[in-house]
Design a protein around this ligand. Sequence first.
Ligand code: FES
Length: 101
Amino acid sequence: MPNYVSVAKTSDIRPGRGKAFTFKGRRIAVFNDNGDFCALSNTCAHAMGSLGRGRVRNGVVTCPVHGYAYDTKTGACRTDTRLKVETYEVTVEDDEVKMMQ
Ligand code: FES
C-alpha cells in the first residue's frame, strides 16, 4: 500500500491557483483546479518560470512568465509540443493534499 505524506491543507490553495513546495528535494507546484488537486514540477520547461505562481483551469496550468500552457495530467506543453514537465500523483484525505512518499 502506497505511503502518502501531507504537503498542504486544501484550504491553503485557492481554486484556480497553485502553490510551490519542496518535496523530496524537488520544487513541486500543487494546484487546485476547481476542487481537483494535481501536482507538476514547479519549474517551467520554457525558461524556468515558477509554475506555482500561475493559474490552472480545466486541466491546464498557465505559466505566469510567458503564458506557456501545460496539461495537468501529462505535463505536456500545449504551447511548444517539444516541452514537458514532470507530473506527480496526489490524493486528498481529510482536507489534506498528500503525495506519495
Ligand atoms: S518561463 Fe514559463 S512560459 Fe516562459
